[in-house]
Write a protein that binds this ligand. Structure first.
Ligand code: ADP
Ligand code: MG
Ligand code: MG
Length: 251
């Protein structure tokens, strides 16, 4: 489903190379986890896939099925089914959470040539999804992320994901700052979305998230590339022993 080949990315202004020949293939229905030391380029990878400004792709490709993602604008990528839950979710003062969600959903539908969802159908959809994430009606009405606790922001991201039903879900450190209960809710939200037609890229520092969201494949990223690929046991190995041995072997 997601096919990245020899991806080279540098900062647009400083020409600092960040991704240095990254290869990654994620099949439909799969969950791939990416771990790796700080500064490896994990967030950069997610930003480049989502189309955020500030990065320049100098070599390589990224396709979602037959779609050349790198040729698309960010909103076109979203319409194609790419979703990035940000590491630090932004506050949007003045824009109600519901309004934001409905606007995003209708923009996506429009781009696909589908009809807009009616106000009544949208309300029903959001209420049902919010309930399963224990998000209350009050939080749906508040400006997006303003005054949300860390856990509320993360649950809200999963709500966005549940409503938009993207094909390729990218979670960048969705677990950071979550207490045990919030992490369980977030994990359940992700697991409920696991589907043969959908794939996940889960970027995380900690094995504990992967206790709840069992990955099919675990990658270790360092210095702009994937240096080791394995199963869930690789994440447990990193948790127990750190990255030193893997980094040394990759030299
Ligand atoms: P990770 O998510 O694995 O911690 P990042 O993708 O955030 O890594 O960063 C990779 C490297 O690129 C780091 O050295 C970081 O400082 C640098 N970097 C990324 N984005 C920027 C930016 N916008 N400006 C300056 N340096 C950046
Ligand atoms: Mg970082
Ligand atoms: Mg990061």
């Amino acid at each position: 489903m997601l096919d990245i080949k020899n991806l080279h990315v540098e900062l647009e202004d400083g020409a600092k190379p960040i991704l240095k020949g990254l290869d990654l293939s994620v099949g439909a229905g799969q969950v791939h986890a990416i771990m790796g030391p700080n500064g490896s380029g994990k967030s950069t990878l997610s930003y480049v896939l989502a189309g955020r400004d500030g990065y320049k792709v100098t070599e390589g490709s990224a396709h979602l099925d037959d779609i050349d993602l790198l040729a698309l604008e960010p909103e076109e990528r979203a319409a194609a089914g790419v979703f990035l839950a940000f590491q630090y979710p932004v506050e949007i003062p003045g824009v109600g959470n519901m309004t934001f969600l409905r606007t995003a959903l209708n923009a996506q539908r429009k781009a696909r040539g589908e009809e807009e969802v009616s106000a009544a159908d949208f309300l029903k959809l959001v209420r049902q999804k919010a309930q399963s994430l224990k998000i209350d009606a009050d939080m749906l009405k508040r400006p997006i992320n303003v005054g949300f606790s860390g856990g509320e922001k993360k649950r809200n991201e999963i709500l966005q994901m549940a409503v938009l039903e993207p094909r390729m879900c990218i979670l960048d450190e969705t677990d950071s700052g979550l207490d045990v209960d919030a992490m369980r809710l977030v994990s359940e939200g992700v697991n409920a979305l696991r589907d043969a037609g959908r794939a996940f890229l889960v970027i995380t520092h900690y094995q504990r998230l992967l206790d709840h969201i069992t990955p099919d494949v675990v990658h270790i990223m360092a210095n702009g590339r994937i240096i080791r690929t394995g199963g869930p046991e690789l994440a447990r190995d990193v948790e127990a022993n750190g990255y030193a041995d893997i980094l040394a072997e990759a030299q």
